[in-house]
Every structure is written in structure tokens, then in C-alpha cells.
Design a protein around this ligand. Structure first.
Ligand code: NDP
Length: 323
């Protein structure tokens, strides 16, 4: 099979397409023949070394396709089932992957493998952020950064479905227009405008009770300055580089703020949590409350181009690799 490998960390040029044996499913595993592979920002962190992986390594956490074979003891799926997985093991950038059966979910009727691979990782992230990390209430105002991106678009729509008021940031007029079309109430071009000042203006000085920040270094101060008393800073990504250290005394001085740095994998740690999160996501997709945009599709062999696009802010919505 064709598979992406890295033997060293670095820029997109370290991504190599190689011939590799098709894995055989071990006990508890299923072999999935991929129809679509989800591209996520975390893949760039694995590639660059920001999140260390043991080398040599495959890449990619998310794919959808057909169960070709099952390992010993698997009763969750049968060959022929359409499944999607989003929490590794790393190696989704390939034609096949052997994954633990209890880390995959069945694709519901009416959902294509492309949509499933575009939606699962980013959508379960939105699910845990809005419903469990901070249980967002109708009428509350929320700040969502990078709102035209894969996770961002889902966050905006799901927050609106909950009944929240959404302040969304993105870079440039085109991306902001897309975010507006998704239902965002207030728009901030964070490449041009002062985020905290805008949020204070929009909220009549109050600030927001929760801010979802996946941009990291570049947005840190603006996010901190946008929170209301006892507000929650949810730092969940590093698109511009990691957020700086947080001094506890600053949280105190700025209004007894809370700070959390969550990761999806701790919110879908058990199979029951995974199934519940995926079910909630497929429900908002089925009801049309959330539409997942597949903004870009690349052949697997053009994986370098896919990473270049994602890291140069040239993408909108989700990106797929097609094997
Ligand atoms: P996106 O599609 O959101 O792409 C990242 C976006 O971030 C860009 O399009 C860009 O939008 C914005 N951005 C701002 N500054 C930069 C920069 N310096 N370089 C590149 N992009 C920048 O990616 P994903 O949907 O895959 O992921 C979004 C974020 O969520 C990532 O940070 C990811 O790590 C995080 N994440 C965290 C999870 C968790 O469990 N903690 C799970 C899933 C995702 P613009 O042009 O509008 O600025």
C-alpha cells in the first residue's frame, strides 16, 4: 500500500510517500481500507516535532472507510462495515490502517465516508468544548477564534444551535464573510483589529464568560483581555505557536479567571465517551444544525501541498486526503 512516512521532523518536505505492507489486524483491531483521510492541524505538530512522536513514524489520526478484516476478539464490527476513527493510532495517511475496534465508530446511514472523515475529529472537539469543557448556556456570549477553519466552523454553528451569541474571529474579509454566513453574530478580523477592545465594545464592557482559543501565541493576550470576571480561557491549540506560560497571579488580578488546556483524547478516553460524542455530532449533522464544509481535497500523493496550505492559512473548513 502507499503510506506517508516521516524519518525526521521538520517542514512539509519531510513527508515521504512510501510503499509499505498492508498491516494485519491484531487482537481487538480492525483493518480499515480508507476512502478518505482527515487532515488535522495536530498532524503538522507531529510532523514538526512540536508534539513528539517516535521515529520513523506514519502520520494522521483520522480516516473513514470499510472494514476489510477483523482481529481476534472483535465483535463491535464485521467486515464490510463503514467506519470512521479519529484518535489514532498515528498512521491514517495511508491506504489502510489497523486500529483498535473500540476507537472506531460506525458511519451512520446518509453520511458519506468523505463527510465522516472531515467531521469526526473536528466535530467531537467542538462537542466536548461546548458541552463538557464548558457547558455553554443559551444566551451566553462566546468568543471563537479561527472561526473559518475546520474546528472553528463547527464551533460557530453548534454554539448558535445551543442558543449562544457568537463573536467570531478570522483573518481577512473572505473568511469573515463565510463565518457570518454560518450564523456568527459579531465578526473580528484579528489580523487587523484589537480583539479585547472589540469584545469589550460588543459586550458593553463586560467581556465573555468563555473563549475558545486554538491559535495560541498570537491571540493569547487578546483572549485573556476578553474574559469577564471568573471567565474561562480554553486554550486548545497552537496554530501560531504555543501559548505562553500562565502566571496564576495574573488570573487573579484579571478577575479570578480560569484557564484550561484540554485535549480531545481525554474527553473521548473511554469507548462510551467516544460513542456518545460521535452520536451527538452525527445528530447535529443529521438535523442540519451543523454543516461540515470540505474546503479542500488533495490526493494522498500531494500530502506536502496539503500541509503547506493548512499552515499558510490558505484553507477553509476541513481538508481531506484521498488515497
Ligand atoms: P484550521 O482549519 O482551523 O486551521 C488553522 C487556522 O488557524 C488557519 O486557517 C488560520 O485561520 C488560523 N491561524 C491563525 N494563526 C495562524 C498561523 N500563524 N499559522 C497557521 N494558521 C493560523 O485547523 P483545524 O480545524 O485542524 O484545527 C484548529 C485548531 O484546533 C488547531 O490549533 C488544532 O491544533 C486545534 N485542535 C485541538 C484539539 C484538542 O483536542 N485540543 C482537537 C482538534 C483541533 P485564519 O486565516 O482565519 O487566521
Amino acid at each position: 500500500m502507499r503510506a506517508v512516512r516521516i524519518t525526521r521532523t521538520g517542514g512539509p518536505d519531510v513527508l515521504d510517500l512510501v510503499d509499505a505492507p498492508i498491516p494485519s489486524p491484531g487482537p481487538g483491531q480492525v483493518l480499515v481500507r480508507h476512502a478518505a483521510i482527515g487532515v488535522n492541524f495536530i498532524d503538522t505538530y507531529h510532523r514538526s516535532g512540536l508534539y513528539p512522536v517516535k521515529l520513523p513514524s506514519g502520520l494522521g489520526m483520522e480516516a473513514a472507510g470499510t472494514v476489510e478484516a477483523i482481529g481476534e476478539g472483535v465483535d463491535r464490527f464485521a467486515p464490510g462495515d463503514q467506519v470512521v476513527y479519529a484518535s489514532g493510532p498515528i498512521g491514517a495517511y495511508a491506504e489502510y490502517n489497523a486500529v483498535p475496534a473500540d476507537r472506531a465508530v460506525k458511519i451512520p446511514p446518509g453520511v458519506t465516508p468523505d463527510l465522516a472523515a472531515a467531521a469526526l475529529l473536528k466535530g467531537m472537539t467542538a462537542e466536548f468544548l461546548l458541552r463538557r469543557c464548558y457547558p455553554l448556556q443559551p444566551g451566553e456570549t462566546v468568543l471563537v477564534h479561527a472561526a473559518a477553519g475546520g474546528v472553528g466552523q463547527i464551533l460557530v454553528q453548534w454554539a448558535k444551535a445551543i442558543g449562544a451569541v457568537v463573536i467570531a474571529t478570522a483573518g481577512g474579509a473572505d473568511k469573515l464573510a463565510r463565518v457570518k454566513a454560518l450564523g456568527a453574530d459579531h465578526l473580528i478580523d484579528y489580523r487587523e483589529q484589537d480583539v479585547a477592545a472589540e469584545v469589550r465594545r460588543i459586550t458593553s464592557g463586560a467581556g465573555v464568560p468563555v473563549a475558545y482559543d486554538s491559535v495560541g501565541a498570537a491571540t493569547f493576550e487578546g483572549t485573556l483581555g476578553s474574559l469577564t470576571r471568573r471567565g474561562l480561557f480554553v486554550s486548545f491549540g497552537n496554530a501560531s505557536g504555543p501559548a505562553p506560560p500562565v502566571e496564576p497571579g495574573r488570573l487573579s488580578r484579571m478577575g479570578s479567571l480560569y484557564f484550561t488546556r484540554p485535549t480531545l483524547f481525554d474527553y473521548v478516553a473511554t469507548t462510551a465517551e467516544l460513542d456518545a460524542s460521535a452520536a451527538a455530532l452525527f445528530e447535529v449533522i443529521a438535523s442540519d444544525a451543523v454543516r461540515v464544509e470540505i474546503g479542500q481535497t488533495f490526493p494522498l500523493g500531494e500530502v506536502r501541498r496539503a500541509h503547506e496550505a493548512l499552515e499558510s492559512r490558505a484553507t477553509v473548513g476541513a481538508s481531506l486526503l484521498i488515497p
